[in-house]
Design a protein. Structure first.
Length: 309
């Protein structure tokens, strides 16, 4: 009886020790999240309701509360809505194309073609390259006088290309940045979807083949449902990554030409650090954050509804 009690006490102590150790491991992450994420977000939201500029930063004086004036000005001067529209066009376009390109490449790599391992290793190079370096590389590719793309077009057309300024044209600048974003992000999407493809049970596919199901039928009815969790995470990551995309835009166009590539990220930076109005920049950031949270929430709700059906 005594030995049982001693064993129980030791187990309780061990369990308590494990809990304390687990909490100790979590504390640094919780503190860092609170200090470097939650506090700046709360501070930014508060500043969005104040008149706060560089002078306040230098002098240390608090901003003057002005209610919704920063938001009203942004709507009145037609800066916010065009930035929201551009952001959504970019996010939707890149996420959709990125998913389908990644899925096609994943299927190709999963088909056991010769050199697939080598392709997997080198295809991650664009993703590893820092975003600003990627922007500079694509700036050189798009350069209208001596860029690589202009040279290739001259070779193909026999030198008849006279004007090939993609980033200087408001109609094509966003497309040019979108291509650069796809070049960088598609490799990671491909590998994530490839991992999902390889997790599909082979016996299920074999049974469907025996039953006479065609390859497209097997892909739609078996592969996609088994990959749904991977697809959900992959697309969610892509939405967040492209919603907060700043380095490519600032490096390649700075929001131009004529505001054609001014997203919420660019507008926030311009309001805060170019116009020296940190309150207005914080207002843009708050709208930006709320829209991203809303999009992710709706996306998760749609996926949850599909899972229930």
């Amino acid at each position: 009886m005594m030995s049982k009690t001693i064993v129980q006490k030791r187990r309780m102590k061990a369990a308590t020790g494990d809990k304390v150790f687990s909490v100790g491991l979590l504390v640094p992450a919780i503190v860092l999240t609170f200090v470097f994420i939650l506090v700046p977000v709360i501070d930014s939201v508060i500043k969005s309701f104040t008149k706060y500029g560089i002078r306040n930063v230098i002098s240390g004086d608090p901003g003057v509360w002005n209610n919704f004036e920063n938001y009203i000005k942004l709507f009145q001067n037609d800066k916010l809505m065009p930035a929201i529209t551009t952001t959504f066009i970019f996010v939707i376009g890149v996420v959709v194309v990125q998913f389908f390109l990644g899925l096609i490449l994943a299927v190709i790599l999963d088909s056991k073609i010769r050199g697939s391992r080598f392709l997997r290793s080198i295809m991650m190079m664009p993703w590893v390259v820092p975003t600003m370096i990627s922007g500079m590389v694509w700036l050189w590719i798009y350069q209208p006088q001596y860029g690589l793309l202009r040279y290739l077009m001259q070779v193909v057309t026999g030198g008849s290309v006279s004007d090939f300024a993609i980033l200087n044209n408001p109609d094509t600048a966003l497309l040019g940045i979108g291509i650069a974003a796809l070049w960088k992000q598609v490799p990671l999407t491909t590998l994530l979807l490839l991992a999902g493809l390889q997790s599909v049970p082979a016996d299920m596919l074999e049974a469907a083949t025996v039953d006479g199901a065609s390859a497209p039928r097997r892909f739609v009815s078996i592969v996609i449902p088994y990959m749904m969790s991977v697809i959900k995470v992959t697309v969610s990551m892509s939405i967040i990554e492209n919603f907060k995309q700043f380095p490519l835009f600032w490096t390649m166009t700075g929001g131009g030409p004529d505001g054609a590539t001014t997203t919420l990220a660019i507008l926030s930076y311009r309001e805060a650090f170019v116009s020296n109005d940190l309150g207005s920049g914080a207002a843009v950031t708050t709208v930006w954050m709320l829209l991203m949270m809303l999009v992710v929430f709706v996306y998760n709700r749609v996926f949850r509804a599909e899972d229930m059906t």
